[in-house]
Design a protein around this ligand. Structure first.
Ligand code: SF4
Ligand code: SF4
Length: 222
């Protein structure tokens, strides 16, 4: 499902923060995205989330830009796409073995005691997940029976709002395949992905990882 179709579908609450949000988010460049992609994504999400506090709105937009970069990185890495689509050792659902889209479960909250901002962000991202999933079904994706309700016959319905858990998980089969292709040069990327996948979310900075992007830039110079 094209990302822009989903972004276009978002209702607008207020556009008054669009320009300040573009300027604020420009300090964290998105090396794997085109400028016009970043601009449109900020514009649409800023308008949709315009009534939220600046901190939460910008964190949600920043998260979506981070997720989209991971999406591009995985598109560049044919090994991951091919394995997951055609050669997964764990058919039929692969690693989608539960409702892993949940950002902060009750157990997570009790154990990690996240900040109010982290809880607020998780709540906002959950709402955006719902919208993205509904939009995907509206565009023709067909739900697949399985342990996660975001699973469809053509894969995950989420492109911009996957959870950190789903986003960073690389199974041993994929890790071995990446090492076979890239050798030692992929180790930094694998370590950063693994560490972020297992990060306990306490604050806003725990949803994303600059180390993952930096390691991917080393692996896929462009
Ligand atoms: S990451 Fe591994 S387990 Fe998950 S779908 Fe891909 S190949 Fe299968
Ligand atoms: S959200 Fe998507 S990637 Fe994550 S478990 Fe569900 S279907 Fe799989």
């Amino acid at each position: 499902m094209p990302i822009d179709t989903f972004l276009k579908s978002l209702p607008e609450d207020s556009t008054r923060h669009v320009q300040p949000d573009i300027e604020f988010l420009a300090v964290a460049p998105c090396p794997f995205l085109e400028d016009d992609q970043v601009g449109y994504q900020i514009e649409r999400l800023s308008g949709h989330l315009g009534t939220l506090p600046d901190t939460i709105r910008r964190a949600a937009i920043g998260y979506s830009l981070y997720v989209r970069q991971l999406d591009v990185i995985q598109e560049q890495e044919a090994t991951i796409r091919t394995l997951c689509a055609d050669q997964c050792d764990r058919p039929p659902v692969g690693c989608c073995t539960g409702e892993h889209h949940v950002l902060l479960s009750l157990a997570d909250i009790l154990i990690s005691q996240p900040t109010q901002d982290a809880l607020h962000l998780a709540h906002v991202l959950t709402g955006l997940q719902r919208r993205e999933h509904d939009n995907a079904l509206g565009q023709g994706m067909i739900p697949a029976p399985g342990p996660c309700h975001c699973l469809t016959e053509s894969g995950c319905s989420l492109r911009l709002f996957k959870s950190p858990r789903c986003l960073h998980y690389l199974c041993p089969q994929v890790q071995r395949a990446l090492i076979a292709v890239h050798g030692d040069s992929v180790v930094g990327f694998l370590e950063a992905m693994h560490e972020t996948c297992n990060t306990v979310i306490r604050g806003l900075d725990d949803f994303t990882s600059g180390q993952v992007i930096a390691a991917a830039e080393t692996l896929f110079p462009h």
